[in-house]
Design a protein around this ligand. Sequence first.
Ligand SMILES: Cc1cc2nc3c(=O)[nH]c(=O)nc-3n(C[C@H](O)[C@H](O)[C@H](O)COP(=O)(O)O)c2cc1C
Length: 400
Amino acid sequence: MTQLPLEVYRIDMKYIRNLHHIDDRVFSVSPQTGKDERPFLGVILICNQHKYCVPLSKPKKKHEKMRDKVDFKKIVHNGTLIGVLNFNLMIPVEDAQIQRMDTKIRKHDNRDTRKKKELLKKELEWCNEHARDLTNTANVLYQKYISGENFTARESSVWILKEWNWNVVSITKSYSLLTKGVAQYRTENRMEENAMKVLMINGSPRIGGNTSIALKEMEQIFAAAGVETETIQIGNKDIRGCIACGTCADKGKCVFDDMVNETAPKFEACDGLVIASPVYYASANGTMISFLDRLFYSTPFDKSMKVGASVVVARRGGMSATFDELNKYFTICGMPVASSQYWNSVHGRVQGEAAQDAEGLQTMRALARNMTFLMKSIALGKETYGLPEKEPVQRTNFIR
Ligand SMILES: Cc1cc2nc3c(=O)[nH]c(=O)nc-3n(C[C@H](O)[C@H](O)[C@H](O)COP(=O)(O)O)c2cc1C
């Protein structure tokens, strides 16, 4: 990465807000402080292959008396102080968060805009005249900060120590923000453009039955968190079991073209899958098992790191056995399992009874919250570290 001629950039406010939450030295731009309209402008300097933005601010009265320091530079034009650069507040940025400011004066610009552009132009001219010095300053600071302990040990002058210690927090933290803040920003952006999706499969044949009540409790929480949901009820459909024909291995879909194949692309697109079943004879109901066997067996896409959660609904018994049974679909294909404050179960026999199970419904709400957290964390993890490496699968059938 080479240092190009300096330009003034506007930094994305959402990104600044993210950084402010991690390091409060980064400008607060909260509406509460009335600063949400204030743009974050700065020049971008390259430090060790990272782009850092040094904030460019209006001069304050106190700045007039201040002298240039290793982390602070005054921008002076014809003897007048027109701006200041705060190196100790420089923040890491990437292309996605920066937008170059247009300093060219255009016909339609009003007086105010012209004035601002003229000022920016003068500031920029000064910055480019001093580009070498500014780049050096930023790099010296950067190197000092990331060198950690050595840095304090190396410095002997009390003045420098005091000065540096005061600043250490900001840049050291902002260096670590490069991964944290940027990853969070990318995830949030992705979420806005393309909200997280949870697919919910209801195995019950009863429309508006107890399983639906359990799922609706989760839906509310997802909706509040901006997570999109789609619920597919399969228990009242004619879904046969797997016939082990192996056609799916060639075709990438089930030989029976029914709800299983319709659901497959939705499963592929989702970030999380909830499978909810009424308990029949201490197991998931038959239609649900037929559906899940074929869905999981026939779909060739990578399911790893999609979050799974199973929900069971029953009058009285067989819940934890069914819970274990359902979780096995997730744990054979790299899907992390979301849990709650209790095993994910809701009690009820006749239609609507589940609404009276306060603890069961609370368990559903906690499950949806935990699942949301897990999905977001995984999205962040994927951005930062990528998916875990996969080895070619070894398949042995015990006899060879
Ligand atoms: C064939 C069948 C088997 C059942 N087996 C059990 C069982 O093993 N344990 C239990 O507690 N409830 C059992 N139930 C009751 C249902 O799990 C219960 O009514 C549940 O609320 C149904 O959910 P739904 O309204 O979403 O269909 C069974 C119901 C049926 C129809």
